[in-house]
Design a protein around this ligand. Sequence first.
Ligand code: A3P
Length: 322
Amino acid sequence: IQTLPPMELAEKYFRIFPEEMDPLWQNPCHDKRHKDIWSKEKTCDRLPKLLVIGPQKTGTSALHSFLTLHPAITSNFPSPVTFEEIQFFNGPNYHNGIDWYMDFFPFPSNVSTDFTFEKSANYFDTEVVPKRAAALLPRAKILALLINPVDRAYSWYQHQRAHQDPVAINHTFHEVVTAGPSASKELLTLQNRSLKPGAYATHLERWLVHYQLHIVDGTLLRSNPALVMDSIQRFLGVTPILNYTQALVFDEGKGFWCQRLEGGRPKCLGKSKGRKYPEMTPETRAFLTEYYQEHNLELLRLLNRLGQALPTWLREELQSTS
Ligand code: A3P
């Protein structure tokens, strides 16, 4: 390329390489040429070492709050736009660039022992995310939480109702999940957002191209978080090992495990986590169990291939359909 003024040079470059118009951010410190032109005032240490990728409604907020109890684990500063989630890799924020992303993270006081993380629950099923995450954070640890996709879909529907989504308010859950192709666009969008993240194996395969994941049983996190947090600490290799049996307490009123404050009082997640709603009808559960059967079988094969333990809900779901 001959030398031209910057704008013309850029236009010419992108005419030759149109696929590069969509950026793919890499860690400037992983390439000497980039590092040499990276400002001396900047650091590459303000990047997370762990991503909690979701999917939504599997207990990701509980996991987030439990992780932050650990003295060496720190989350990002909250985003004013998306509450605590940054949602960098999945949407328009990606185009804000890596300085924007790094500003969400504290300067680590000890680079080798501090563990920063972020949780954005829709990373799990957004197609572009694994590739983008791997370009910037090739050594990050990745945690995914899985519950029965049938319950996940229902929790999502209830979440939408609680947020006054008119489609969720005007349709029963059964109508949402059974809607056929001639249904309204809005209904099909809600159906898609209820059902698609639950095709776990399809989404996991995209992540496995780039990472070895730690797949966590979200049902076990709900019933026995101390056990799950122990295995997560081992996976992260974080020290000291926090005793979550002491750090957490079961709150009978809430019906969930919560942080144990000084004096033993519980500090639970807010009302939007662990909502009260009627049980799913057996008819809808049967429909969805069948709907997810093939996806669950794929998940079984995937977990067997990886040599990972099967979540109890998956065993039960497969037994009920075999
Ligand atoms: P429901 O509100 O439908 O019961 P997420 O944080 O990913 O949005 O997931 C929300 C779900 O986390 C809740 O769904 C709840 O069942 C589950 N959960 C698991 N452990 C929890 C805990 N300790 N406190 C509150 N909710 C918890």
